[in-house]
Design a binder for this molecule. Structure first.
Ligand code: ADP
Length: 254
């Protein structure tokens, strides 16, 4: 389906809610959309031994958050490479933040003063922004125009995760709830034993959930204040997708 307006989107959802699944479905339904993952960008930089990658590597290895200024450089480089930003981040930021302070639309002409509404400049950001500071920074260079909060009851997600079994050699995934192996505990094709991922357990999930709650609440608040937040709920990915498509169509197609 063709977009009429540029979609600049982030999905916010608890671990296990199926953000990846929804992203894939959105990308195939709306081919103009592209996904930008800061985790992937960072890992590429590390692999290529760029100055930025070398700087970020230690923090990433320790499981910490990479510095905001490094993240800003990373994301603005990427947007510039794609042709969606036409000035250095510093110029963009100061011009945009002045405009934001005025509380007005920008009407004069500098090429970077207003984000393109060209539908080919449409993206879903994955992994960024993670904090309100990053969200404010991003809004000043290229404002998000739709933040979707994906909601599935935690008990349902937990159920799904703890009933997940994998056949490691092939990567085949089973779920005792809705996609059970023919013989319990055995791979359908090879008959080999299935295992559970180390992080597919209650304790690890609860920890990740707690961290998600702490970081997502201020982000949700940020986007609610901007008037771009919508909530889409469902018990499964299949229930969520049509509602999500609907939101997209309302905003970017009609
Ligand atoms: P994860 O979901 O495990 O955090 P990602 O692939 O999204 O995986 O990110 C990998 C690492 O990259 C993170 O652990 C963090 O160190 C860094 N990173 C990614 N996005 C950001 C961000 N928005 N702010 C700070 N650090 C980030």
């Amino acid at each position: 389906m063709k977009l009429k307006h540029a979609a600049r989107v982030i999905l916010i959802g608890a671990p296990g809610v199926g953000k990846g699944t929804q992203t894939e479905r959105l990308l195939s339904r709306f081919p103009q959309l592209q996904s930008i993952s800061t985790g992937d960008l960072l890992r590429n930089n590390v692999k290529q031994r760029t100055a930025l990658g070398i700087q970020a590597e230690t923090v990433m290895k320790a499981g910490g958050l990479v510095d905001d200024s490094v993240m800003l450089r990373l994301i603005s480089n990427e947007l510039r490479t794609r042709g969606w930003l036409s000035a250095p981040a510093s110029a963009v930021m100061s011009a945009a933040s002045e405009a934001v302070q005025d509380g007005q639309d920008i009407t004069d002409e500098p090429p970077f003063s207003r984000p393109s509404d060209d539908p080919s400049a449409s993206f879903i950001l994955d992994g960024y922004p993670r904090t309100p500071v990053q969200a404010t920074t991003l809004d000043s260079i290229i404002p998000i125009n739709l933040a979707v909060s994906l909601v599935t009851p935690f008990s349902v997600i937990l159920d799904r995760i703890t009933s997940r079994w994998v056949h490691e050699p092939s990567g085949r995934v089973y779920n005792t709830g809705f996609n059970a192996p023919r013989t319990p505990g055995r791979d359908d094709i090879t008959g080999e034993p299935l295992t559970q991922r180390e992080d597919d357990n209650l304790e690890v999930y609860s920890r990740r959930l707690q961290r998600f709650k702490e970081t997502s609440e201020p982000l949700l608040e940020h986007y609610a204040k901007k008037g771009v937040l919508v909530e889409v709920d469902g018990m499964s990915s299949d229930e969520i997708s049509p509602k999500l498509f609907d939101e997209f169509e309302k905003m970017f197609v009609r």
